[in-house]
Write a protein that binds this ligand. Structure first.
Ligand code: PMP
Length: 368
């Protein structure tokens, strides 16, 4: 993982990169050639054959000499219908990371702060820093739950334009109860952005606040992605559901025609296959239960998960050594052991039953 800034300035007469980027390390999950890839929380299953067929015939009809629909009208309408909100409340981008970047470009920047509660998704902090936005960080509790007293302290002191939550929280796994999210909306001064990349696994959603138009609905935003439960990480498509004013703010910082025609089509077509998506979610939940039960019998600490991954901490062996043993067995998991608040932790994505078996066998072997 090479530092972004160092070694990128002053050579060959090139200008140095922005000094505030110089200390920033890039965000990279290892891309290693392995047989069992359980490190980036993707779906282990592809989209259904019907989606591929519809996509192929639809692509043959795209006028590729023309720019795509800049407003992504049909895709936004489809998503809006699926969530029971008007299309003016939906903004789409190239993955939910780009949604987060758009929010930070629109509302962040020098002299402004965002709040977040660690351990949480590292890109919230990373993109904030890229956009020159100050980060005020609080901590989740020892059980990785939201601590509302801590939230009050942090948002009171930091006056954030955005307070980021992540539910279910990556990499710890639990969804925040809706009552806690409502409490954060009530106490945070600006926009509360709930990253729901794993939202289909969770028992509740910030979308309920938005749909109910209750107190604070206009300051609540839910961010979702096609990368996980929709099995479309290769498509790079994510979206925001928020007040129309937030959607317009994101559009202001977006390049024209940022969503290509094939991507818009892929997203629209996916919405025809909701049942298949829900079946995959059910399969993952079942496998997650099986993995959790097996992990419970091993010398590891684990945390309950409402998502498609499980955080665990080997108790009698260094996390990095376990990670290396797993890699030796061609099983790749995420090493979170150096992340703030996660000393000694690894994260495994729930894969196919056969992949999970490989992981569990390799882990037992490593911990023998
Ligand atoms: N949010 C969370 C919490 C995630 O875990 C991820 C993927 N790792 C993303 C956002 C980004 O997803 P994408 O850009 O693929 O939509």
């Amino acid at each position: 993982m090479a530092p972004v800034g160092r070694g990128t300035g002053g050579h060959l007469g090139l200008p140095p990169v922005r000094p505030d980027l110089a200390a920033l390390t890039g965000y990279h999950s290892e891309q290693v050639d392995v047989e069992v890839r359980l490190n980036t929380n993707e779906s282990p299953l592809p989209p259904p054959p019907g989606w591929y067929e519809a996509l192929l015939s639809g692509i043959a009809r795209i006028e590729f000499n023309r720019y795509p629909d800049r407003e992504a009208t049909e895709l936004r309408r489809g998503l809006a219908d699926s969530h029971g909100v008007p299309p003016e409340q939906v903004f789409c981008a190239n993955g939910s990371n780009e949604v987060l970047q758009s929010l930070l470009l629109a509302y962040g920047g020098p002299g402004r702060a965002v709040a977040l509660f660690e351990p949480t998704y590292t890109l919230h902090r990373h993109i904030a820093r890229i956009t020159g936005t100050e980060v005020v960080a609080g901590r989740r509790s020892d059980a990785f739950e939201l601590d509302l007293g801590e939230v009050r302290r942090v948002v009171g002191a930091g006056d954030p334009v955005i307070t980021f939550l992540c539910s279910p929280n990556n990499p710890t796994g639990r969804a925040d109860p809706l009552a806690d999210i409502e409490a954060v909306v009530a106490m945070a001064p600006g926009l509360v952005v709930v990253d729901e990349a794993y939202g289909q696994f969770a028992p509740s959603s910030a979308l309920e606040i938005l749909r109910g138009r209750g107190p604070g609905a206009e300051r609540t935003a839910a961010v979702r992605t096609f990368s996980k439960t929709w099995s479309m990480a290769g498509t790079r498509l994510g979206y925001l559901v928020a007040d129309p004013e937030v959607v317009r703010a994101c559009e202001m910082v977006t390049l024209p025609y940022h969503l290509d025609a094939a991507k818009q089509l892929a997203g629209r077509l996916a919405l025809r296959f909701v049942d298949e998506m829900e079946d995959r979610v059910a399969m993952v939940r079942e496998e997650r239960g099986r993995m959790a039960a097996t992990l419970a019998a091993l010398p590891v600490e684990t945390w309950p998960s409402d998502a498609n991954f499980i955080l665990f901490r080997p108790l009698r062996k260094e996390a990095r050594d376990v990670w290396t043993d797993l890699l030796g067995a061609s099983v790749l998991v995420r090493d979170c052991s150096k992340w703030p608040g996660l000393t000694g932790c690894l994260r495994v994505t729930v894969g196919l039953p056969s992949e999970n078996d490989r992981f569990l066998a390799a882990l037992s072997e490593s911990l023998q």
